[in-house]
Design a protein around this ligand. Structure first.
Ligand SMILES: [Zn+2]
Length: 238
C-alpha cells in the first residue's frame, strides 16, 4: 500500500457520512419569501434556458479541451468537486484558463506559466467572476481535474466526478453571480445524474495533502442553502 492509498483510507475513514448537509435546509434563519424573491431574479428565468444536450450545457460557451477520456464502463457522475483557479494567480478575466485547459498556454507569457504550461489538465466547467459558464468537457466524459484523490474510500475521483472551477482564489469572496450560476448548474446536474447534495465537496477534501481550493472564501452554507431553495422552487409542493 503506497502513501496515497494510506492517505486515502485515512481520509475516507475520517469522512463523516452525510456531513455538512441536512441541517441547512430548514427555513429557520430568513423568511422563505425573502430567499425566494432574491433567487428568482437570478435563477428562474435562466433555468428555463439551462438544459443538457449530450453532456453539454446548452447556452454555455463551449471550448473543446483535448484533456479528457472516457469514464469507466457504465460509470455515471456521482460526485461534484468544486475548485478554484485564476491565471495568473489572483488575476481575473484573461484568456489563460481556456489556454491551460486546451493545452495552448504560452509558457513565456508569464513567469508562472512556465511551471504549468505542460500540464494536461481540464475541468468540465469554469464559472467566471461575472457568472459566465464555460464548458471544456462534456459531463459524460472524464475530465482531468482531481488528480490523486479519494472520496469516502474510493480513489481516482475523476472516474466518477464532475469538476467545476470557480474563477477565484482561496481568500477572496466569490461573486453573487458565481453562486447563482453554480447553483443552476448543480441543480441541473442533480436532475440528470445520480448526484445528491451530500455528494458535493471541495478539491481540498479529496486531495487534502495537495490542494486547498476552493478555500475558506467559499461559503458552503450559502451554496447549500441556495441549492435547497432552488430545488423547492422547482417543486413548490415539496
Ligand atoms: Zn482544484
Amino acid at each position: 500500500m503506497g502513501p496515497s492509498m494510506l492517505a486515502c483510507l485515512l481520509h475516507g475513514y475520517q469522512q463523516p457520512a452525510g456531513a455538512a448537509n441536512g441541517e441547512i435546509a430548514g427555513s429557520g434563519l430568513l423568511p422563505p419569501g425573502v430567499i425566494h424573491a432574491n433567487l428568482m431574479t437570478g435563477l428562474l428565468n435562466l433555468e428555463q434556458q439551462m438544459q443538457l444536450d449530450a453532456g453539454r450545457l446548452v447556452g454555455a460557451r463551449q471550448v473543446a479541451s483535448p484533456h479528457y477520456n472516457s469514464r469507466p464502463q457504465g460509470e455515471q457522475p456521482s460526485l461534484l468537486v468544486i475548485h478554484n483557479i485564476s491565471l495568473p494567480p489572483g488575476e481575473f478575466g484573461g484568456p489563460w484558463i481556456d489556454a491551460l485547459f486546451t493545452g495552448t498556454l504560452d509558457p513565456d507569457a508569464h513567469p508562472y506559466f512556465a511551471e504549468i504550461a505542460a500540464l494536461r489538465v481540464s475541468a468540465h466547467c469554469l464559472i467566471r467572476r461575472d457568472g459566465e459558464i464555460v464548458q471544456y468537457v462534456p459531463f459524460n466524459q472524464r475530465a482531468w481535474h482531481a488528480g490523486v484523490s479519494c472520496w469516502q474510500g474510493r480513489e481516482s475521483c475523476n472516474d466518477f466526478s464532475i469538476g467545476i472551477e470557480l474563477e477565484g482564489t482561496d481568500v477572496l469572496p466569490y461573486t453573487d453571480a458565481q453562486y447563482q450560476s453554480l447553483t443552476r448548474v448543480t441543480r441541473l446536474l442533480m436532475q440528470h445524474y445520480p448526484l445528491t447534495a451530500e455528494n458535493i465537496t471541495g478539491h481540498s477534501d479529496i486531495a487534502p495533502q495537495r490542494k486547498t481550493d476552493p478555500g475558506a472564501a467559499f461559503d458552503w452554507q450559502r451554496y447549500r442553502q441556495m441549492i435547497t431553495e432552488a430545488a423547492s422552487m422547482e417543486d413548490p409542493g415539496a
